[in-house]
Design a protein around this ligand. Sequence first.
Ligand code: SF4
Length: 420
Amino acid sequence: MSSSNNPIPSGPLARRASRRVLVQHGERKIWVGGDAPVVVQSMTNTDTADAVGTAIQIKELARAGSELVRLTVDRPEAAAAVPYIRDQLDKMGIDVPLVGDFHYNGHTLLTEYPDCAAALSKYRINPGNVGKGAKRDTQFAQMIEVAAKYDKPVRIGVNWGSLDQALLARIMDENAAREHPWTAQAVMYEALITSAIENAVRAEELGLARDKIILSCKVSGVQDLIAVYRELGKRCDYPLHLGLTEAGMGSKGIVASTAALSVLLQEGIGDTIRISLTPEPGGDRTKEVVVGQEILQTMGLRKFTPMVIACPGCGRTTSTVFQELADDIQCYLREQMPEWKKTFPGVEAMNVAVMGCIVNGPGESKHANIGISLPGTGESPAAPVFVDGEKVATLRGDNIVGEFQAIVLEYVKKNYSKAA
Ligand code: SF4
């Protein structure tokens, strides 16, 4: 028998040791890597040249909790809009650092639009989309020189859909010369990792400080992503940005991203994440932020918003009151968080249980900070409410949702006010 007091280990492995990179706008400092918490980021899908529309979407993403927001900088009109977007956000009190996403012409845009280069807090450079032949080295160097001049960090973001073809050809040639050639899949992994690391080393040689570099190697397959990042994590100490590229729509995108990222995060790999969901037509872009936060929070890595524990419902719940209450209370809690974060520190750790009937309702409710057990079919139309394990009220009638929200708010004020 084990002599340990805690024989069944729990929780993720220690975070992989990495350098810390500071991404900053004014007083707002976001650390990526080292012992900093895993950062949630997102990306706009507006035309950046539409400065007002883009500023509004960035505001929504930041309000939802995105700690960095990336935007496409693809042409002169977009580069010209960036300082205006930054200015608009500052006027609205939104200090989220902005990351510029550059492909093909980043060297020209960053050089010809110095206000854009200065307004951004970080640049993302895809080494597969920098240029071909001799131009590639010159154009890459131009972007790194701008980053060094403005003291901006850079993410060297490799993507298997735009892998540097010259580098891939070189790795394939090396493979062909092996006595026992690797599989095509292993060659692709090697090309992704080599591209990221060689370009990071090149950036350092060009004068970018080592603590200004973050790496990513995005692929769209769950097992591929896990394999590539495990190896990348072993070969370097740069902070790593995780994301399953082109994750897809709806539940598939969420499940695939969660499956891939949770394995890596559990192994201590990953310093910042983005969930690349394809929004439904007219859908809410902030969903990718919520999913990213929920992955980290349900894994116990960070706390962002009070969590609602709800039972799935079954044949004992024939009315929709239970689903409506669970949904209403989750939305209510999330909507309050931008303000509550400032006024009620620690509230993000609160748990609220919404249960459908007496079978597990009272038990689960007692384990939460606040819980309500709604009446199942055939049960008396009363909903006991538990606060810190004690029954404090029984709600009845048509306004159970409103009364329960009032109890939640009272609990928050009492337990999380700065003076409490
Ligand atoms: S708590 Fe009640 S309603 Fe909810 S799943 Fe369990 S038995 Fe069904």
